[in-house]
Design a protein around this ligand. Sequence first.
Ligand SMILES: [Zn+2]
Length: 287
Amino acid sequence: MENTPARQLPVRLPPYSSELLSSWIGRHAAFYAVPPLIMLRHCLSEAPSLRAADLHLSSDQEARLANIFGTEPAAVHRMTFANVAQPSRRLIATRPTQFCATCSPGGAEPAPVLRSQLLGWRITCPLCGEQLRDAGARKLPSPFQPYRAAAVRGEKLLDDEAERGIRTWTSPADIARLLLMRRIPRPIPHEHDLWRFRVLGAIIPDLDHVVAEQEEYLPTPAKPILPLHLRPALLAGIAIVERAGPEMLQMLRGHMMGDNRVRFTDAVEGLIAQVRRPKACSQMQLI
Ligand SMILES: [Zn+2]
């Protein structure tokens, strides 16, 4: 395709409400019968990938895309994750893991992807408030229904931080990372069982046996996106720690040993130091 600035496409497909930018570009690619990356590079020749475009665009790139697709730069911006702060980005999945049965546009080919389908902190749809459903073959009910109220609170904490830059005394996304670190339960279990014990299990005691029973591999702190039916446990854990305050994080250190304990302690002290610096509290919300 040409190197000169691309002109407005002759046929433009309207975006679905809250559609992800890469999905919208992908649907145009299907319409014009070219691969999605070719479609993207027709618009932005320097763009490395669709994922990169979903995560970050310069204002010049937003303006060029808006021109080609006959819309406003602000509309393009809203279709991306450009507003999501860095600590929350590890909670953005690389492919759709969930969907809302009410808001999912059905019947279209290729299927449109809504922005919310990649948000690893959501258990409810941001458009209609319904429970999200697992996009995979597993349709397991959540064993963490009793924690539902706390989980919804945790979802809101993570959502406020990611989408609106609002934090309470600390970063809920950082709490998520800490809660997925390994812990050593007492009595110390058999060596080959150690992998499944996480700090989160010290707050949500049902977690250990659910993980053992379902033979689930929990994700690492680097990518803390839990399968949808287990996610309420992490969200509830975040809400409980957030409400209890920094002392709870200090207490949780007692569940760790060795290098892991040192890493956890360092991270917790970093968070607590931020709390003590008055300026870091400028966004504090009292709940
Ligand atoms: Zn919905």
